[in-house]
Structures are given as structure tokens and as C-alpha cells.
Write a protein that binds this ligand. Structure first.
Ligand code: FVH
Length: 292
């Protein structure tokens, strides 16, 4: 018999430890396991139970949360205890692809346990706080039944029954994050190349990013309607003509344009195809490698 409020956390890296701490803070009995020993001390001091084996950890709770390095390590951990997982719910919060989420969901079905595949949209210190949200996909009734427990980690956002959807949203959001962050890093490299302190430049960067950000709703509308001609303020042709200056200026300053360069041929191609008068959102049409 297991306490129906109890939760097992597999993996005590930075994120797994934060997840276990949040469950403890929410008053849940928590069992933890990590591949190598020595990471559970603080959690045990706060009331967690450390299991000696994965199987012991799995058998301690009806709800098993895995937060490991990658998809492969999830299988390396769960495969040997597949029999013990039957009848339980596994929530996989390890980063992965939509295909990996679907594969794990099918594998769970074969072994008689339910899977919610998830994506954590937070860094460890944010877990349990107001800014954190976690995406889940898998059977809706399983999500609903465990939502209260999962809300201890951050706002729980359901992405649908397809096990791949949480990872799809997660990867889409991370893609946006990397694009923005790396654009800013390139900007800092440019000013550093001229001996300007990043801290001195940061206020201008903040001001500029605030001015050019926040247009997601308009972009989404153009993407959904596939009409890139509406209310165009700065057309793509003009931007393509100027974009080469970004690359030339980087070379002039001794900065690699590698983070920026991939966009240029796409701009030229879309313009050459007759869309220079349109919004740059139309570049999305060049991104699909399969018909959409
Ligand atoms: N930390 C973050 O900011 C991000 C936020 C969004 C979600 N990610 C993903 O969360 C997964 C875990 O990340 P983490 O930050 O906890 O990572 P580490 O601190 O490096 O801990 C990794 C744990 O995985 C264990 N592990 C590694 N390989 C295996 C294996 N073959 N079998 C079993 N366990 C394995 C490792 O154990 P050990 O090295 O201590 O023995 C740690 O417990 C990850 O998918 C992020 O992308 C975090």
C-alpha cells in the first residue's frame, strides 16, 4: 500500500532536487532516488525518504516523477523496473523531442502504466514559485487526477492527449528563447569589440528590445492567415538590403557573424520569389521541409 499523496522523484540533479523540495513544501510524502548516492542529504533532512534502488523508489508511490539527463537515461532507469511501474503514473519531465515523448507513451501503454510527458518552463530556483509553468501531455483524465499534486511545481498547463505535444511546445518556446538570447549576445559582442562595457550598453538594449518585442499576437495572426501583406510597416525587401550591413559590420569589428548569418539567404530567397513588399513574417513559408 502506498499513501495516495506520496510522490517519488527519480533524478536528483539541480532540477530533480528542486522538484522534490517543492513536493515536500506542499506537504507530500516524498521518496527520492538518484543514480549516484550523496545527493539526497538535504532532502532527507527535510523529510524525504531515500530509496536504495529504483524499484524501491517506484514501489513507494503511485505517482513517479522522472527528471533525468536525457531520453536514453530515462529508458536506462525505467526499463529494468517496467514490471513495477504497472498501474502507476509516470510523469517524465526530462527534456526530449516530440517523437521521444510519443515513443515513451507507447512504451508505457505496452507495460500497463500511464504516462504524462512534460516540459518544465522554469529554472530550478523558480520551481514552486509564481513564474514557473510546466507543460504536460498524455491522457486528460490522468492529468486531471494528478493536477493538484503537480501544481506544487508551478502552474500546470495541459497540452493535449498526444504524448508529443508538451515536448513540441517546450522545444518551440526554447527555440524562441535561444533566438532572442543569442541575438542579444551578438549585440554585446559587437559593443565589446569596440571596448564598450556591456553594463553601459545594457540600458539601450533593454529599451530597444522593449520597443521591438511584444508583437506575438500580430505575428500569430499573419501566420494563421498566411497573409503577409496586411499593414506592412517595414517590408522584407528593405530589410534584406540592409541586413548585409549586420554581417559586414561584424566582420569589420572582428566578430563572427555565425549567429546572424543563416537569416540572410532566407531573406534574399523570399525577396527573389516576389515577396519583398511583404512582412518578414512570410519567411515562415521557407522553414518547412515537409508540406504544411
Ligand atoms: N536545469 C535547468 O535549468 C533545466 C530547466 C528545464 C528542464 N531541464 C531538463 O531537466 C532535466 C534534468 O536537468 P538537471 O538540471 O537536473 O540536470 P543535472 O543537474 O545535470 O542532473 C542530471 C540528472 O540525471 C541523472 N542521470 C544522468 N545520466 C543518467 C543515467 N544514465 N541513468 C540515470 N540517471 C542519470 C544524473 O544522475 P547522477 O549523474 O547524479 O548520477 C542527475 O540526477 C534535463 O533533461 C534538462 O534538460 C533542466
Amino acid at each position: 500500500m502506498t499513501d495516495e499523496k506520496s510522490v517519488t522523484v527519480l533524478g536528483l540533479g539541480a532540477m530533480g532536487s528542486a522538484l522534490a523540495a517543492a513536493f515536500l513544501a506542499a506537504g507530500r510524502p516524498v521518496t527520492v532516488w538518484n543514480r549516484t548516492t550523496g545527493k539526497a542529504g538535504e532532502l532527507v533532512a527535510r523529510g524525504a525518504t531515500e530509496a536504495a534502488t529504483v524499484e524501491e523508489a517506484v514501489r513507494a508511490s503511485g505517482l513517479v516523477v522522472a527528471c533525468l539527463w536525457d531520453h536514453r537515461s530515462v529508458h536506462q532507469t525505467l526499463d529494468p523496473v517496467a514490471g513495477a511501474l504497472a498501474g502507476r503514473v509516470v510523469v517524465n519531465l526530462t527534456n526530449g523531442t516530440p517523437g521521444q515523448g510519443r515513443e515513451l507513451g507507447a512504451w508505457a501503454g505496452e507495460h500497463g502504466f500511464a504516462l504524462l510527458d512534460g516540459g518544465i518552463m522554469a529554472v530550478p530556483p523558480m520551481i514552486g514559485g509564481p513564474g514557473a509553468f510546466v507543460l504536460y501531455s498524455g491522457p486528460e483524465e490522468v492529468f486531471t487526477a494528478h493536477r493538484e499534486a503537480l501544481d506544487a511545481l508551478g502552474e500546470s498547463v495541459y497540452a493535449g492527449p498526444d504524448h508529443g505535444m508538451a515536448a513540441l511546445y517546450d522545444i518551440a518556446l526554447l527555440s524562441a528563447m535561444y533566438g532572442a538570447m543569442m541575438g542579444e549576445l551578438h549585440a554585446f559582442a559587437m559593443v565589446r569589440s569596440a571596448g564598450v562595457a556591456a553594463t553601459g550598453f545594457a540600458p539601450l538594449l533593454q529599451r530597444w528590445m522593449a520597443a521591438v518585442g511584444g508583437f506575438q499576437d500580430r505575428t500569430a495572426e499573419l501566420v494563421d492567415t498566411r497573409d503577409y501583406t496586411r499593414d506592412v510597416v517595414s517590408n522584407l525587401g528593405m530589410q534584406a538590403a540592409a541586413y548585409h550591413n549586420l554581417i559586414d559590420a561584424a566582420h569589420e569589428q572582428g566578430v563572427s557573424p555565425e549567429l546572424l548569418a543563416p537569416l540572410y539567404p532566407l531573406m534574399l530567397r523570399r525577396t527573389a520569389e516576389g515577396h519583398g513588399h511583404e512582412d518578414n513574417v512570410g519567411l515562415i513559408e521557407l522553414l518547412f521541409t515537409r508540406r504544411r
